[in-house]
Design a protein around this ligand. Sequence first.
Ligand code: SF4
Length: 476
Amino acid sequence: MSTIYQPPRQYPNLPAQDPGLLADVVAGQARLTPQQALDILHNMSLAELGRWADARCRQIHGEIYRTYIIDRNINYTNVCSAKCTFCAFRRDAEDHDAYTLAYEDIYAKIAELTDIGGTQILMQGGMNPALPLDWYLGLLSGIKEKFPHVHIHAFSPPEFIEFVNFFDPPGTTLEDKIRWVMVRLREAGLDSLPGGGGEIFAPAVRRKIGLGKCDADAWLTCMYVAHTLGMFTSATMMFGHIEGLADRVHHIDLVRQWQDRALLESGARDPMDAGPGEPIATPGFGHYKAFISWPFQRENTPLGRLKEWGQGEGDSGEFPGDIVARLDGSGTKDLHPEFGRRLRMAGSTQYLRTQAVSRLMLDNIYSIGASWVTMGPHVGQVGLKFGANDMGSVMMEENVVSSAGTTYCLNEAVLCKLIRDSGYVPAQRNNTYDILRTHDGALSPDLQVRDWSEHRARKLHVQAPAGSATLTVGGR
Ligand code: SF4
């Protein structure tokens, strides 16, 4: 019997690594404070952190299944009004390799997806001022007419904020204006919103890396509007660049606070407490379903040209990002002269640590996604032991992250094998994390493979309308 949601209690006077506190966090009966989470991120051993995050994951998701989705990333345009310094994908409209896909090209991609049993498209693009509202309405209604069973997971908050700027909808507040646009897109076929453009919410960091992109308040407000309209969303974080560890914790904490708001205002059931197939949300109200984090990929990006901390003349002492970062997001760039001018890239260990902390902090979000797209299949697989329950998407194409460096492409058989080799039964899910198929029998995609040499993970191809690079990020 599931219960109406109430956030777990916090115990700020207990040490972060108190075993009793962590046992209660695993059981969903205590909430880590941001300070405790930061202490864990800094100081807990990797093995211990993985053990607690894995225990929490098993408490929520059980011992048997770990999931994936078959969807397709479609980046409908690379023309973008913003100039994020971490982005290798964007183009100006006059660039020789700028593109906007025609409706027919998009339909052809979706047809390829449905041919392999796919259920969802993840459609995001640059923020292209040349596209009017009618272009989006026509696209969505055309997709729904041709592919009524395909779930449309599309348009991240920065795109919505630019829709408001481009379309000038009626309304006195940003929330009103977003709602006006979102209602129309939803009526045309939009089903849910991906969490792209989250990056790092702290203003000092965001102003340095997200030039022309919406601030955290607008990002979170957009998702809140989607929730009030009954839509489910995801949240993301891109870390391992100029930010401090406290910025990561602040970011995760903001997602947690706004999830509280969605769940409390709707009188929803506890998302961790509902049985399989049992509705969590109050009809007419949505919430965040998932959180996915991944390290910044530097190749081909302006941000990636910065020196790593320690390589510059005079670099010494604490990383500038850590000196500037505050748990309430109030840090300012003037706290260190080299803030924003040095990188601290995150490798596998930092990825696993950060993901594990997100699992422990996000007591109100059902799913944590592993990021094999950027980290590689085997680190993504290890991620299933560091708090992640979901391997994201079979990757047919990826354009955004692959423009900025290494990304990997996996088919369904490899994804299932990675999950099975971790000790779980692979299961295909839909957007709301309901299980569509479980792979316990001999017909499972991985159990039919005799020669794995044909099924190795491969680097993504470069899709090139007019010579452009191709990119997407699975299952976000
Ligand atoms: S990350 Fe997105 S919003 Fe930023 S420049 Fe690239 S395409 Fe535009």
